[in-house]
Design a protein around this ligand. Structure first.
Ligand code: UD1
Length: 428
């Protein structure tokens, strides 16, 4: 198992370009199976989750290649609509294949992705949406089989703006007969990216970015060439890291418009942020100020995927801050690890009360999930002394070699494989 070893206390500085968005690339890769021809997808990050999605597409009979950030998928030879349980278990996002496979084959067999480290993560809204489009759903044990003739457009009202359910329904509806309207849709930038991709393939989708998405079904889709948006969560992670280490970092190739709520909260904490087109300069010189209330909510409000990272900054702030997590239950596992580094955090159900301390101290901590892991990396970079982070594979799901990214900004961070003691020695 890999570990990250960090010698903290060095202010980050320099310039970094942000890689493509995992959460945009995953549904787009799933949707590529809808095309009659080959699709080319650029700016795809080299991540564990992306590799799993490519493995699944290959298992279904697609031809895939991944070179230098560009993926090609030729789904013309796809012959199976059955996602094997072993692959399904490796990544929850394999649930995205339900919509496209059902639209293409009139049948799909998947397995309940089940709970995960950050909460229950149900898929009832996905299933209800597909049912409304005419699918017949049979669930036995953890196996789910959906069957249909050609799907029929419908009006679907989502009780909650689920990102995944909105995307799954969009992907199923593009080949349905007639018009589908999704009311109460999620508004995340990744949904707008999926709409752009589907339309590039010849679909007729409008409204992404608002709470009502309208899809006019077409009979076929063709290949296309597409570039994925930059990753707003990686962007936010670097911004918080720059602030927590009292550094000065320039981010290029970012989309500041996707991070309005984070920028607002960081500025309240006293972080200086300059924005010019796709360039952001983040600078912090003093101890951060406490922020009395940060609440995670669906986009455009503060993202749950940046909650853990923000907690690190507030753990170092002057005063008491409060974070309320409204999207996932059980998404405060990093708080316990942070307390072991000297933070003063009290949890009450979905609310964290954070009394800032002047400094954190390095120790051995565990990455319990992807974003909690990224947050601990920030904590390690800001802390005094050495931090060792275990279970790094969680972080690899969403960051392309996080240690390289922060090393380029002057952070003293190295990966330690059991067989490789050299990296640690290099830090001494
Ligand atoms: C996506 C993101 C994830 C992010 C989350 C919220 C991807 C690959 N992942 O996850 O990084 O943290 O959005 O911004 O894009 N829910 C139901 N029934 C459903 C579906 C969801 O009750 O059928 C609930 C979930 O349990 C959760 C909430 O809705 O409490 C949000 O889930 P959702 O928006 O669907 O998140 P994901 O698409 O899984």
């Amino acid at each position: 198992m890999d570990k990250l070893v960090i010698e903290g206390g060095v202010p980050l500085s320099g310039t970094i370009r942000i890689h493509g968005a995992k959460n945009a690339a995953l549904p787009i890769l799933a949707a590529s199976i809808l095309a009659d021809g080959a699709v080319t997808i650029r700016n795809v990050p080299r991540l564990l989750d992306i590799q799993v999605m490519l493995d699944i597409l290959q298992d279904l009979g697609c031809r895939t290649a991944f070179r230098g950030g560009t993926v090609t998928v030729d789904g013309s030879g796809a012959s199976s609509s059955h996602v094997p349980e072993s692959l399904m278990r490796r990544m929850r996002s394999s649930v995205f294949l339900m919509g496209p496979l059902l639209a293409r084959f009139g049948e799909v067999q998947v397995y309940q992705p089940g709970g995960c480290a950050i909460g229950e993560r149900k898929i009832d809204l996905h299933l209800r949406g597909l049912e409304a489009l005419g699918a017949n759903i049979e669930a036995t044990g953890n196996r789910i089989v959906c069957r249909s003739g050609r799907l029929r457009g419908a009006e679907i009202i989502l009780d909650f703006p689920s990102v995944g359910a909105t995307e799954n329904i969009m992907m199923a509806a593009v080949l349905a007969e007639g018009r589908t309207t999704i009311v109460g849709a999620a508004r995340e930038p990744e949904i707008q990216d999926l709409q752009r991709f589907l339309n590039e393939m010849g679909a007729i989708v409008r409204g992404a970015g608002t709470d009502t998405i309208v899809i006019e079904g077409v009979s076929s889709l063709s290949g296309c060439d597409f570039e994925v948006i930059p990753d707003r969560i990686v962007t936010g992670t670097v911004m918080v890291a720059a602030a927590a280490t009292k550094g000065e970092v320039t981010l290029t190739g970012a989309q500041p418009g996707h991070l309005t709520s984070l920028i607002h909260v960081l500025r309240r904490a006293g972080v200086q942020i300059q924005v010019e087109n796709d360039i952001m300069k983040v600078r912090a010189t003093d101890r951060p100020r406490a922020v009395p209330r940060v609440v995670t909510s669906p986009y455009p409000a503060f993202p749950t995927d940046l909650q853990a990272q923000m907690m690190i900054l507030l753990a170092l702030a002057d005063g008491v801050s409060v974070i309320k997590e409204t999207i996932f239950e059980g998404r405060f596992k990093h708080a316990e690890e942070l307390c072991r580094m000297g933070a003063d955090i009290r949890l009450d159900l979905n609310t964290a009360f954070i009394r800032g301390v002047p400094r954190l101290y390095g120790t051995t901590v565990e990455a319990t999930d992807l974003r909690a892991g990224a947050a601990l990396v920030i904590a390690g970079l800001a802390a005094e002394g050495r931090t060792v982070i275990e279970q790094v594979h969680h972080i690899d799901r969403g960051y392309d070699r996080i240690e390289d990214m922060f090393s380029r900004l002057g952070g003293r961070i190295a990966r330690h494989q059991e067989t490789d003691k050299a990296n640690i020695a290099a830090l001494r």
